[in-house]
Design a protein around this ligand. Sequence first.
Ligand SMILES: Cc1ncc(COP(=O)(O)O)c(C=O)c1O
Length: 447
Amino acid sequence: MKQRQKSEEVLEKLKEVIPGGCNSPARAFSSLGVMPMIAEGGKQDLLIDADGHEYIDFNMSWGSLILGHVDSYVCEETIDQIKKGSSFGVSTQIEQRLASKVCSMINPIEKVRFVSSGTEATMTAVRIARGYTKKDVIIKFNGHYHGHSDAFLVKAGSGVAHHFDDASSKGVPKEMVSKTISIPFNDKKAFLEVFESCKEDLAAVILEPVAGNMGCVESDLSFLKLLREKTKESKALLIFDEVITGFRVAKSGASEYFKITPDLICLGKIIGAGFPVAAVGGKKEVMDVLAPEGSVYQAGTLSGNPVAMRAGLSVLSQIDDETFYKNLIAKTNEFLKPIEEVISALKMPACINKAGAMFTIFVGVDKVERFEDLEGLDRALFNEFFRDLFEKGIYISPSPFESCFISSSHSQEHLEYAQKEIIASLKRLSNQIESRSLKKECATSSM
Ligand SMILES: Cc1ncc(COP(=O)(O)O)c(C=O)c1O
């Protein structure tokens, strides 16, 4: 076992002053049987903990760092801005430059409002939809996570799925979720039934076009087309929550990946290069309902913060390039292919879902198309898989309900090492399952 004494000391002190010792529950490594990671620094594809151990990082700050840790241009640009001023409380030219860049990279976006977190982006998108359509009901999908605002904490994924068996949260009054309907993902029949019952009141359908928060699960294309058709028919808005998929599954995100144009797109993570930036964007006509142009209120003291905007510009200027994505996706596929081959040769239930440069290795289940496929998942198996890799200096996202990410900084050498160790761990788990079931068979036949 790795010695992590310093990490333990820091964690104990954190727990004294911060609930659970962390500022976001997914960092607690709940039930994994490993003490949480306490980070000291990062270096390209490596995360370094408080004890100086290095880990090949497949979480990349939950998908934020598409260029890896400590990108030199992002550093230069943000440090330069800090010297000029870190916050002004009025508009700047930098916001215009980043907004133009976003509009030029993502076709359906004509205007954009910057906020500081994905939670704010999705909350604002729903408020825009309600203000624009003058209707109230929203449909979301089980296992999709849209941040922690009240209206979305109904059968949500990510940390909510990990921490609450009823997949909800205390502290959310019933009334706050009374206009939210959560239904199974990729299920056309369930959608049509609910749609027919609420279409007159429907303001928006919101989804992660590739879910990242129940592990990586793509939308079925015909399902997405149905959502597009029906939202149009009922004059409701289709919202793509692309906080993960934006600039990740393709240069222009999911609207390019699926060739489907939503009405609103929420962005986060990559757009801030590790700084707190998120955004909601769409057609001018829809976006102009926002104050001060329109009467839908939204605001933020640090929205459009100049340091964060410079960070955004410095990452987007480096990734606005088809070759960047071609290489990144090829790298992801090459990394996963031998693992997929081993999985199909093994007897254990496991599978890999991937989209662009995001993926999940599911252990304990053969196929995941909906959140319901993860019901009854043997979490102990994932925990062992996680611990095996962690000991070998490989950090995958710390929950079976999350995605992993490849950055442009992942080196061939590190990917080959991680590939070898992942395969070794899967083989070990498979043997373990086999000998367990053999033992069971022997026990029943001798009864
Ligand atoms: C798809 C999606 N939407 C929204 C959010 C919320 O973003 P934030 O954590 O920045 O509030 C997340 C966070 O992981 C996310 O994955």
